[in-house]
Design a protein around this ligand. Structure first.
Ligand code: C2E
Ligand code: CA
Ligand code: CA
Ligand code: CA
Length: 279
């Protein structure tokens, strides 16, 4: 049994080595991904909970690796954050998303809102507000159509000027959404301190609608407290009809999830907009 244990350990160690080596290689490749035009932005619709009209979309980045195929942001964003590459990547996503929203505005005239995720590392940059201002100016997008999503895991400890930065962005006319709401330790404190227009209920709560009465109670209470503070509420990860019915019955404003649509590449999103236009 002992020797078996050692063999297992060797196999395990070899796997760890291989995984670490692959990560190191990917980090090097990621450095070239922006320049080599390997990053893509997908767009996922957000719909009105009552009418199911599309009122906005979230920009979600993907990496189309020439050999490995489409790589999930859940995998490469942490690599990008650890290496600082998230700063140029985040700016590229922001500019691409603003330009796309402006183009759709010109073509469909729907005034759709575009949500863009910000990493803590971007928020630590002193010039973030200037970067956003320049993206808006260059693309001509109305700041009121841009919503910056800040996850609740970002703490005021790691990002000392968080409140000031978000205040500056808000003063420019940009919307602020608190992402993954309810998963961090600071939910209510955040709601009190940040200039948030909207909160996004994390999908871990939405998933448990119809399963866990405690999570249902949290969803209800979150919608209630957000509305009392005059904030909008989006639920993410809406996958089934039961989620929709519960969220609608409890007054959630907007919904995002596979029940309506997966994140789509530009041509598919345009098809969707064109279909909606004909209705
Ligand atoms: P997030 O901001 O919480 O984005 C929502 C994630 O949930 C997306 O995963 C989306 O595809 C997925 N999703 C949407 N509807 C459903 C559903 O009904 N069921 C389930 N199970 N999942 C759903 P994605 O695109 O893989 O992105 C993962 C995370 O990567 C994002 O989570 C965000 O934290 C990060 N990310 C993506 N794009 C960017 C970016 O441009 N910048 C930064 N800093 N982070 C990004
Ligand atoms: Ca998000
Ligand atoms: Ca989220
Ligand atoms: Ca998330």
């Amino acid at each position: 049994a002992k020797s078996l244990g050692r063999n297992n350990y060797q196999i395990y160690a070899a796997n760890v080595d291989a995984a670490q080596q692959q990560q190191a290689e990917l980090k090097v490749r990621l450095r070239h991904a922006v320049r080599n035009d390997e990053l893509r932005v997908f767009y996922q619709p957000q719909v009105d909970a009552v009418t199911e009209d599309i009122i906005g979309m979230e920009a979600l980045v993907r990496w189309e690796h020439p050999e490995l195929g489409m790589i999930s942001p859940a995998f490469f964003i942490p690599l990008a954050e650890a290496s600082g590459l998230i700063v140029p990547i985040g700016e590229w996503v922001l500019r691409t998303a603003c330009a796309q929203a402006k183009a759709w505005e010109a073509r469909y005239g729907l005034g759709l809102r575009i949500g863009v995720n910000l990493s803590a590392v971007q928020l630590m940059q002193q010039n973030l507000a200037a970067v956003v201002a320049s993206a808006l100016q260059d693309t001509g997008l109305d700041p009121r159509q841009l919503e910056l999503e800040v996850t609740e895991s970002i703490s005021v400890k790691t990002v000392p000027h968080l409140v000031e930065t978000l205040d500056a962005l808000h003063a420019m006319g940009c919307g602020i959404a608190i992402d993954d709401f309810g998963t961090g330790a600071a939910s209510l404190d955040y709601l009190r301190r940040l200039p948030a227009d909207r909160i996004k209920i994390d999908q871990s709560f939405v998933r448990n609608i119809g399963v866990d009465p405690d999570d249902e109670a949290i969803v209800r209470a979150t919608i209630d407290v957000a509305h009392r503070l005059k904030r909008g509420v989006v639920a993410e990860g809406v996958e089934i009809e039961q989620h929709l019915q519960f969220l609608r019955a409890n007054g959630c404003d907007e919904l995002q999830g596979y029940l309506f649509c997966r994140p789509l590449p530009v041509p598919s999103f345009e098809k969707l907009l064109a279909e909606r236009e004909r209705l």
